[in-house]
Design a protein around this ligand. Structure first.
Ligand code: SF4
Length: 672
């Protein structure tokens, strides 16, 4: 039969399958009698070990006498002796009944001629003084019939152990023995038993008679060779048939996929549809009709999808997909569409530690895995998800390394010298020096974080895979920097992040580019030290003061906050102001009268009395009140006088000596 995918399925029926000559003869005899005039028809025991045939004959009026005792009520009709034969005592009784019936009762002997021959042998040999040792099943009617022809009884054995005992007992008694066998006895076993007797001193040619039926031997030999050649074997026969059981044993020795069925109904219980080559044999009591039915069903079995899947073959190393059909703490069972289920143990599930597989997988999930061993010895397929993932990830990492692909993975642990991240069961190490584009003092903040990186070193032989996040950050920074520089212009107002602070100013990241915020550009007022104002990470609003190549100067001195903007009105000469001494020089004190506006209180204007040094009468931080006596908007210079508060003559600006102006200029330049 042609199957999907072009596969061809073969069904081979053994030539020797089914009724042997002896059984066929007996069955034909009874069927013939059931059609004749000699009703009623009886069989002494079921004519064969086949319920269907017996039921069919019963429907035709053939009754079964279960034992010789049942003969008591039979006075007319026909009694058929089946192929197994009967003991001599029963045979004698039947003959007597027939003779006494005056033609009303007829006995038809359908004993198989081969069995008849055994009766004759054991009868004659036992009468000649030999002790009959019969190899067979003592409960079988044929054996019971044969022993009934042995004068002085017989010993029935079936195993080598029993043979040794029987041989030694016979030897001890000095008996002559005659070894014979039930017609369906296993030929090899019989030879072994003969050998045991030979070892005990019995001459095989004198003491052993091979009474095994050729039909049985042929059937068994053919079953063995067929089982060797086929993927599966079907043995058809009745459960009570000993020769069928023996056929099954022989076939099973050669073919693990041997199935026993009584009829087509039992085929449903077998996976026979999954095999390409199926052999069929049948016990001696199996009617041809049943064999043909099984053959026909096998030939016409619907394969469709089931067959396609069932014919699936798998090999070690192959990747299979399956559905989870069971999960235990340490094992997962998968239906992989193969005749055996797949098993993934905990150690083969993941390279990451996992306490209980039930927390990771549930029934119905789909998993892919690699076949490690097609048959683990218990008929299961050992699978590994871990090895499959490892291989796939290795390929992914290699490709990522070669193509510079950006990967994302979670930091599983922070170790000395860097970070470990796991990409689909594969560990990647990122050294501390490659974690960031800035110095990272504490790497623990990356624990359990998803981070992006590139693979910059890949050496599977040394199991060394190095990740690099720094390179990625630098590249991105440059991209941003290039984009920003292409559009940045003087006057642009930006929010930046302080990256570093020094005494001369702060470096501010304005979006991929760093600019310098000089101390003089931090405020309109005086700044002693930028470190007192800023720390790295602070956000500041700045504007671009100038761009010189890649150097960007930033400023926080926004014009709308310029204290000199309305100074002419607020600090007109004659205005009395209050401020604090900001610093002092030899020629006077600078007083902050508004944020970002310092005015000079010349030493000569401090008091009506002579003052040698401003520090003789004033101190830094001291609050004073004074009158503005001069305002120079161009140079941003304002002169104060305390003396003018009490002396009108002092309202004229004091003449500043030349060295005082020079010192002031020097002081201002130092501030800048
Ligand atoms: S198996 Fe052999 S001995 Fe037995 S009935 Fe069939 S032909 Fe006769």
């Amino acid at each position: 039969m042609s199957v999907p995918g072009g596969a061809q399925r073969k069904v081979i029926v053994a030539k020797s399958a089914g009724f042997c000559f002896g059984v066929q003869r007996a069955v034909d005899t009874v069927y013939k009698l059931s059609e004749g005039e000699h009703e009623p028809v009886y069989t002494l025991g079921p004519i064969i070990h086949n319920e269907q045939v017996v039921a069919d004959l019963a429907a035709r009026g053939v009754s079964v006498l279960e034992s010789a005792e049942d003969l008591a009520g039979v006075t007319r009709g026909t009694v058929v002796i089946r192929s197994h034969g009967v003991p001599k005592s029963v045979d004698d009784r039947l003959r007597e009944m027939e003779a006494a019936s005056e033609g009303k009762l007829r006995v038809v002997d359908a004993t198989c001629p081969f069995v008849k021959k055994i009766h004759k042998i054991v009868y004659e040999r036992s009468r000649a003084g030999a002790h009959i040792i019969l190899c067979g099943d003592e409960k079988h009617p044929e054996v019971q019939g044969i022993t009934g022809w042995c004068e002085g009884g017989a010993t029935v054995i079936s195993t080598p152990e029993e043979a040794r005992i029987a041989a030694s007992e016979a030897r001890a008694k000095g008996e002559t023995v005659c070894l014979a066998a039930q017609t369906t006895f296993h030929y090899t076993k019989f030879k072994d038993i003969v050998e045991i007797f030979r070892e005990m001193g019995y001459n095989a040619s004198d003491s052993a008679v091979n009474t095994i039926c050729n039909a049985t031997e042929e059937r068994q030999t053919e079953a063995r060779s067929l089982a060797k050649a086929c993927d599966a074997m079907v043995v058809i026969g009745s459960a009570s048939s000993s020769n069928t059981r023996k056929l099954y044993e022989i076939a099973a020795e050669e073919c693990a996929n041997t199935y026993y069925v009584q009829s087509v109904r039992d085929l449903d219980r077998t996976p026979l549809h999954t095999f390409r080559c199926v052999g069929i044999t049948a016990g001696a009591s199996t009617p041809r009709k049943i064999i043909e039915e099984v053959h026909e069903i096998m030939d016409n079995m619907e394969f469709d999808q089931m067959l396609e899947e069932s014919f699936k073959t798998i090999r070690n190393g192959e990747v299979v997909e399956g559905t989870v059909i069971g999960v235990k703490e340490d094992e997962i069972a998968l239906n992989i569409g193969y005749k055996a289920d797949g098993i993934i143990t905990k150690s083969e599930y993941s390279s990451q530690p996992i306490a209980d597989l039930r927390t990771a997988v549930k029934e119905g999930d789909t998993l892919s895995a690699k076949v490690i061993k097609v048959n683990d010895g218990e008929g299961q397929v050992l699978l590994s998800r871990r090895r499959l993932n490892s291989e796939r990830t290795s390929a992914l990492l290699q490709e990522a390394f070669e193509q510079g692909t950006v990967l994302t993975a979670k930091v599983t642990n922070v170790v000395d010298g860097g970070l470990n991240v796991v990409v689909d069961d594969c560990r990647v190490f990122i050294p501390a020096s490659l974690v960031s584009d800035v110095y990272e003092k504490d790497l623990t903040k990356f624990q359990d974080q998803e981070i992006e990186f590139r693979i910059t070193e890949y050496n599977p032989r040394k199991r060394r895979v190095i990740g690099n996040r720094k390179q990625l950050l630098l590249e991105r920074r440059k991209e941003k920097s290039d984009a920003l520089m292409a559009t940045l212009k003087e006057g642009d107002i930006l929010d930046g992040v302080v990256k570093n602070v020094t005494e001369f100013g702060a470096f501010v990241d304005i979006g991929g580019v760093d600019g310098l915020l000089h101390v003089s550009e931090i405020s309109w007022g005086r700044i002693e030290n930028p470190k007192k104002l800023f720390k790295p990470g602070d956000t500041v609003r700045v504007f671009v003061k100038s761009i010189n190549g890649t150097k960007i100067a930033l400023s926080m001195k926004f014009e709308d906050q310029n204290p000199w903007y309305d100074a002419a009105e607020r600090f007109a000469p004659g205005t009395i102001v209050t401020g604090r001494v900001a610093r002092m020089t030899a020629f006077g004190a600078f007083v902050e009268i508004a944020k970002g506006v310092d005015a000079l209180l010349h030493v000569s204007q401090i008091s009506r009395n002579r003052v040698e040094q401003p520090s003789d009468v004033l101190s830094v931080g001291q609050e004073i009140t004074a009158k503005i006596v001069d305002f120079n908007p161009e140079d941003h210079k304002i002169s104060l006088s305390i003396k003018a508060l009490t002396d009108n003559t002092a309202e004229e600006p004091a003449e500043e000596p030349a060295e005082a102006e020079a010192e002031e200029a020097k002081a201002e330049s130092e501030e800048a």
